[in-house]
Ligand binder design. Structure first.
Ligand SMILES: *Cc1c(COP(=O)(O)O)cnc(C)c1O
Length: 425
């Protein structure tokens, strides 16, 4: 049998760092990543044949459980009809109709192949539609890896950001302001400093890329008001939260209506998909109607669309989200009890089917606070959970994801593993 370590060593010979997306490499937790051989329902199996309860969920898409028979069947049927045409299909209309029906702020929507493409295109559209260059993003929010969004906060509160990656020229990010999440005063100050230059704010309405961090009450409302006051567009990046945090995303939970929304992850049901959409008058600036260029050879790919449509159909069934968040609540409160019993500094939070566990005594509200978690404690906990058959995201700064296939038995097994793992601390 080939071990995970042997596969990792071999992968490193031909793939940079052995992986095709950096966090998979276990760099922050140490050890060899598990090479996955198959997945079903709440479980994944690695190349050594070991089974894990999965809370990675492909980083969010696997909301109905892995290899859901209806999704697999939809994909197989679509595949038999050809993999890609480069010409429009009826199924794309159905998916667009479904998305616009579920998220009323979206009047028109365009499909792309990843969340990165969705946010990159939405930013270009916002700039093109407003004729302005500057954008606001928040520290700790991730919007994919396009150049103008790979930015970290500068030293002063109102300075422009610095590239967070080599290979991104400073000139490319000179229009990106990086502000503190949940800090409305900084946003107000930015608009006062640049009243006619800010095209848009892009925000994860609840952040899921610095662990789970919810917007404080009033934050999203304030962003909406400031955008309206200064003629800027509000973009909700719901690539993670869309159909994950609830049936209508965070916009449905909070009642705040963005001008544009970006989607990905769940809407592809595990296949590569992204989407951006919003007000029709803004979306009509995109080619072929308007002057903002955007395109994609595989956009609206029939297999991806089939997987996405079936997934959206399943999550629209009665009781889907009630069940999902009931299960998650049981799991989170069970884990919290075990942490308390073990005397660990620990807190947790969740919304819909996503959760955060934090090795600190209060739930964080921004990037600085989430950075103050006990990383060593998380890493020890992570490896012990893995040994006990539970696969969490391999970083203290990532959210976790449950699926509809996580039964009571699976939740109990998870809590038992947590009990053993807290004892290790
Ligand atoms: C995952 C994610 C992205 C990037 O999506 P990819 O499909 O990985 O390119 C963008 N924004 C948010 C909020 C995400 O969680």
């Amino acid at each position: 049998m080939t071990t995970n370590q042997a596969l990792f060593d071999r992968a490193c010979l031909t793939i940079p760092g052995g992986v095709n997306s950096p966090v998979r490499a276990f760099k922050s937790v140490g050890g060899a990543p598990r090479f996955i051989a198959k997945a079903e329902g709440p479980y994944i199996w690695d190349a050594e044949g070991k089974r894990y309860i999965d809370y990675l969920g492909s980083w969010g898409p696997a909301i109905v459980g892995h290899a859901h028979p209806e999704v697999v069947e939809a994909v197989q049927e679509a595949a038999a009809l050809g993999l890609s045409y480069g010409a429009p299909t009826k199924a794309e209309i159905l998916l667009a109709e479904k998305i616009t029906q579920l998220l009323p702020s979206i009047e028109k929507v365009r499909l792309v192949s990843s969340g990165t493409e969705a946010t990159m295109s939405a930013i270009r559209l916002a700039r093109g539609a407003t004729n302005r260059n500057k954008i606001i993003k928040f520290e700790g929010c991730y919007h994919g890896h396009s150049d103008s969004l790979l930015v970290k906060a500068g030293s002063g509160l109102l300075t422009f950001g610095n590239p967070s990656s080599a290979g991104v020229p400073e000139e490319f990010v000179q229009h990106t302001l990086v502000l503190e999440y949940n800090n409305l005063d900084s946003v107000r100050a930015a608009f006062e400093a640049h009243p006619k230059d800010i095209a848009c704010i892009i925000v994860e309405p609840y952040a899921g890329n610095m662990n789970l961090i919810k917007a404080k009450s009033g934050f999203l409302e304030g962003l909406r008001e400031l955008c309206d006051e200064y003629g800027a567009l509000l973009i909700f990046d719901e690539v993670m939260t869309g159909f994950r945090a609830g049936p209508k995303g965070i916009q449905g939970l909070t009642g705040i209506k963005p001008d544009l929304t970006t989607l990905g992850k769940v809407i592809g049901g595990g296949m590569p998909v992204g989407a951006f959409g919003g007000r029709a008058d803004i979306m009509e600036h995109i080619a072929p109607l308007g002057t903002v260029y955007q395109a994609g050879t595989l956009s609206g790919n029939p297999i991806s669309v089939a997987a996405g449509l079936k997934t959206l159909e399943i999550i629209s069934r009665d009781g889907f989200y009630e069940n999902l968040s009931n299960q998650l609540e049981k799991m989170i409160s069970g884990i919290e009890d075990e942490a308390l019993r073990a005397g660990i500094d620990f807190s947790a939070d969740f919304v819909g089917g996503m959760f955060g566990i934090y090795f600190r005594d209060t739930v964080p509200t921004n990037f600085v606070e989430t950075s103050e978690s006990d990383i060593q404690a998380f890493n020890t906990f992570f490896h012990s959970m893995l040994d006990n058959g539970v696969h969490l995201a391999p970083s203290a700064f990532e959210a976790g994801f449950i699926s509809a296939a996580h039964s009571d038995e699976v939740i109990e097994e998870t809590i038992s593993a947590a009990r053993l793992s807290f004892q290790k601390l």
